[in-house]
Ligand binder design. Structure first.
Ligand SMILES: NC(=O)c1ccc[n+]([C@@H]2O[C@H](COP(=O)([O-])OP(=O)(O)OC[C@H]3O[C@@H](n4cnc5c(N)ncnc54)[C@H](O)[C@@H]3O)[C@@H](O)[C@H]2O)c1
Length: 413
C-alpha cells in the first residue's frame, strides 16, 4: 500500500541508462530487480525530462547534463549514476537538496592510468616512438645512443594518491627507485621515499610524473621554474590535469634538450568532440608522446565503472546505503532483516530525537540506526522491529526538516 509523499522502494523500479554504458550495468541492476532501458546516445534537456517519466534511477556518462531544471521537473527521480569519474555534468547541489543521490566511479580506471604511465616511461627512455616513426618512414636507424633501461633510475611521483601510489608499486617492480612528494602525509609503499618539497623531488628524480588532483591551487603548478630545476636530460609525464602544466615552458625545455622526452595525456583546452582538430605547441616535438586523454580509457576500466556504479545504485535502492555518494552524507547500516526507512533531512539540531520519538509513539522499537551529516544535510537510516503503520510514515514525512523519506522492506545482509 502506498502513502502519499512517501517513496516506496517495493514496486518494480525502473532504470534508464544513456550513453552506451557497459552492459554489465544492465546485468547488475537487473539482478537488483530493476527494469532497465539502455539508450546509446546522450539526451538534451527536453528529451531527458520526457524520458525520465516513471524512472527511478538514471545512468549517464559525461555528455548528458542533469540540470536543476531536469531535477525540478522529475521529482520522483531517486538517484543518478555517473558512469565515469567526473560529476560536473550534474547539478550536485540541487540533486542533494531534492534528495537525489549521485554516485560515480572514482577508482575504476586507476590501474589503466598507471599502466599507460609505465609504458610511456619505458617508451621515452628507449626513444621508442622516434625509432618507430623513422622505420615507418623507411629509415633504418639502429643505435643505442640516447636509449636507456629504466632499472635503477629514480622516478619522482608528484601526488601520491590512488594513481601515484599504485604507480610507485609497479615502478619498483621494474627495478626503479621511487621518490614522491604529496601535500599530505602519505604512507610510503615498498621502498619509496617521501620528499619534503617539490624542489627536493626535482633534484633527485630522473623522470618526473604528475598525478595531482584538480584543485584550483594546482593551476600552473609546473612551469619554467620547475622544468629548469629538473635534472638535465630527464623525462616528464603529465597524466593528471591539463591546467597544471605550462606547455610553452615544456616546449622550450624540450627544444633546448634539458628535458629528454615527455608524455602528455591531458591538455588545458581539449577538443570537445571526437574528430575535432587538436592544436598544441607540443605537436611535432621529438620524443614527445601525445595522447588524447586516454589514460583511463580501457575496456577493463569501462567494465569496472559499469559494475561499480550499478552496484552503488543497487545498494542505495536496496538498503539506503550511500557509501561513496558524491553529494549525500555517506552511511551504511549492515544487517537487519525487517523494516527500514531513510530520512534525508536538513541538518538542524534535534531531528534524530524527533524521528525516534515518532517511532516510539507508534509502538515500534529501533533495532539499528546510523546517522551522518554533510554540510546542510543529514541522513539517518533506521531499522525497526515491525511493519511501519501509514500514519507513522505520514508523520515522518511531515517533519519540517524532512527532504525525502524512503522505505525498504526487503531482507538485507
Ligand atoms: N588521464 C586520465 O585519463 C585520468 C584518469 C583518471 C584520473 N586522472 C587524474 O589523475 C589525477 C590523480 O588521480 P587520483 O585518483 O590519484 O587522485 P587522488 O585524489 O587519489 O590523488 C591526488 C593526490 O595529489 C595530491 N596533491 C594535490 N595537489 C598536490 C600538489 N600541488 N603537490 C603535491 N601533491 C598534491 C593530493 O594530496 C592527493 O594525494 C587527478 O587529477 C585525476 O583527475 C586522469
Amino acid at each position: 500500500m502506498s502513502t502519499p509523499g512517501v517513496e516506496e522502494v517495493d514496486d518494480v523500479p525502473r532504470a534508464l541508462l544513456l550513453e552506451n554504458i557497459d552492459p554489465v550495468a544492465v546485468e547488475v541492476l537487473g539482478n537488483a530487480g530493476y527494469e532497465v532501458e539502455s539508450v546509446r546516445g546522450a539526451l538534451d534537456e527536453g528529451d531527458l525530462v520526457a524520458a525520465l517519466d516513471g524512472v527511478d534511477v538514471l545512468g549517464i556518462r559525461s555528455k548528458t547534463q542533469v540540470t536543476a531544471e531536469v531535477l525540478r521537473r522529475r521529482p520522483d527521480l531517486k538517484a543518478v549514476g555517473a558512469f565515469c569519474i567526473g560529476t560536473n555534468q550534474i547539478d550536485l547541489a540541487t540533486a542533494a537538496g531534492t534528495g537525489v543521490a549521485v554516485f560515480n566511479a572514482p577508482y575504476s580506471n586507476t590501474r589503466s592510468v598507471v599502466e599507460l604511465a609505465i609504458a610511456e616511461i619505458i617508451s621515452l627512455a628507449r626513444r621508442l616512438l622516434d625509432r618507430d616513426r623513422a622505420l615507418h618512414s623507411g629509415t633504418w636507424d639502429k643505435s643505442a645512443s640516447g636509449s636507456h633501461e629504466v632499472r635503477g633510475r629514480t622516478l619522482g611521483i608528484v601526488g601520491y594518491g590512488n594513481i601515484g601510489s599504485q604507480l610507485s608499486v609497479l615502478a619498483e617492480a621494474l627495478g626503479m627507485r621511487v621518490v614522491f612528494y604529496d601535500l599530505e602525509e602519505k604512507l610510503a609503499l615498498g621502498n619509496a621515499e617521501s620528499c619534503s618539497s617539490l624542489d627536493e623531488l626535482l633534484e633527485r628524480a630522473e623522470a618526473v610524473t604528475l598525478h595531482v588532483d584538480g584543485r584550483g591551487g594546482n593551476a600552473g603548478l609546473f612551469g619554467a621554474e620547475q622544468f629548469a630545476k629538473m635534472r638535465p636530460r630527464s623525462l616528464f609525464l603529465n597524466l593528471s590535469r591539463g591546467f597544471v602544466v605550462d606547455h610553452e615552458a615544456l616546449r622550450d625545455h624540450i627544444l633546448s634538450g634539458h628535458i629528454a622526452g615527455a608524455a602528455v595525456d591531458v591538455f588545458p583546452d581539449e577538443p570537445r568532440e571526437q574528430g575535432d582538430p587538436f592544436t598544441s605547441v607540443l605537436r611535432g616535438l621529438p620524443n614527445v608522446i601525445l595522447t588524447p586523454h586516454v589514460g583511463g580509457s580501457t575496456q577493463e576500466a569501462q567494465y569496472d565503472i559499469g559494475r561499480f556504479v550499478a552496484g552503488k545504485l543497487a545498494d542505495y535502492s536496496r538498503a539506503g546505503t550511500t557509501t561513496l555518494s558524491v553529494n549525500l552524507p555517506t552511511v551504511a547500516l549492515h544487517g537487519g532483516s525487517g523494516e527500514r526507512f531513510a530520512v534525508l533531512h536538513r541538518n538542524v539540531p534535534g531531528v534524530l530525537a524527533r524521528v525516534d520519538a515518532l517511532v516510539g509513539e507508534h509502538g515500534l522499537n529501533v533495532d539499528g540506526q546510523v546517522l551522518a551529516t554533510r554540510g546542510e544535510l543529514g541522513y539517518v537510516l533506521t531499522d525497526v522491529n515491525a511493519v511501519m503503520p501509514d500514519d507513522l510514515l505520514t508523520a515522518l514525512r511531515a517533519l519540517p526538516e524532512t527532504i525525502r523519506l524512503t522505505t525498504f522492506a526487503h531482507r538485507r545482509d
